[in-house]
Design a binder for this molecule. Structure first.
Ligand SMILES: Cc1cc2nc3c(=O)[nH]c(=O)nc-3n(C[C@H](O)[C@H](O)[C@H](O)COP(=O)(O)O)c2cc1C
Length: 207
């Protein structure tokens, strides 16, 4: 059995980063190629999955950036905020399929939520807010997500330079990346794992 290749440089970008960036580039004609599924585990230990938009990388760690509303999703873990949920269980996995190049990336790692109270990451949170469209910003002033719909208060809102109070930047720090390429027979599959010494191992595995 062959031993895994070790990506030797700890200072450069992780070895999977240019591969995902390449997939993003080759699929750029498809706006939906920036949508991916983010799975978490709720406080009952059950899976929770939703589509989110990839909002770019946060370097130097190559974290994936998303934006989200920090208010409770009112699942069975109602009463706790997203920040509390993530603090209790930060583990998550995204599943990202690129239709044009027919490749799937599953990226597992830990989440970090940057909300209005966070001491770290406010410049990035502000930058993410600046990049939102007006229609996207206004949603952060709408009534509580997931609550029973009673009022029709989904109109316009005066927008400020500062992010809405519930606007959060969500960061995923990858620890494992599994890439499956459907093109070819047999298909190709590789696994990248972050080792304790912060180097990445790369293995070609059976599809
Ligand atoms: C195409 C698409 C893109 C979406 N993008 C986001 C996003 O970037 N951030 C987000 O919080 N929710 C996004 N949503 C909504 C989520 O999928 C989900 O419905 C919402 O966040 C509530 O999920 P929760 O109960 O887990 O909080 C998107 C939905 C779709 C269909």
């Amino acid at each position: 059995m062959s031993s895994p290749t070790i990506s030797s440089s700890t200072s450069s970008l992780p070895p999977w980063r240019s591969i995902i960036s390449g997939a993003l580039h080759r699929n750029r004609s498809l706006p939906a190629s920036r949508y991916l599924q983010l799975a978490t585990v709720d406080q009952r230990g059950r899976p929770a999955n939703r589509t989110v938009v990839f909002r770019g990388w946060r370097d130097p760690e190559s974290q994936l950036q998303f934006v989200t509303d920090g208010r409770s999703a009112l699942r069975e873990s109602a009463g706790t905020s997203k920040a509390e949920e993530i603090a209790k269980n930060p583990w998550a996995e995204v599943c990202w399929y690129f239709p044009k190049t027919r490749e799937q990336f599953r990226i597992a790692g830990k989440l970090q939520l940057i909300d209005a109270r966070s001491t770290d990451g406010q410049p990035e949170r502000q930058a993410a807010w600046n990049q939102m469209s007006e229609a996207g910003k206004v949603q952060f002033y709408w009534p509580l997500p997931g609550a029973i719909r009673t009022m029709e208060d989904f109109g316009e809102h005066e927008l400020t330079l500062a992010p809405a109070a519930d606007f959060c930047l969500l960061l995923l720090s990858p620890l494992m990346v599994d890439r499956l390429e459907l093109r070819g027979n047999p298909q190709s599959r590789s696994r990248y794992c972050l080792l304790d010494n912060q180097e990445w191992s790369i293995e070609s595995i059976n599809p």
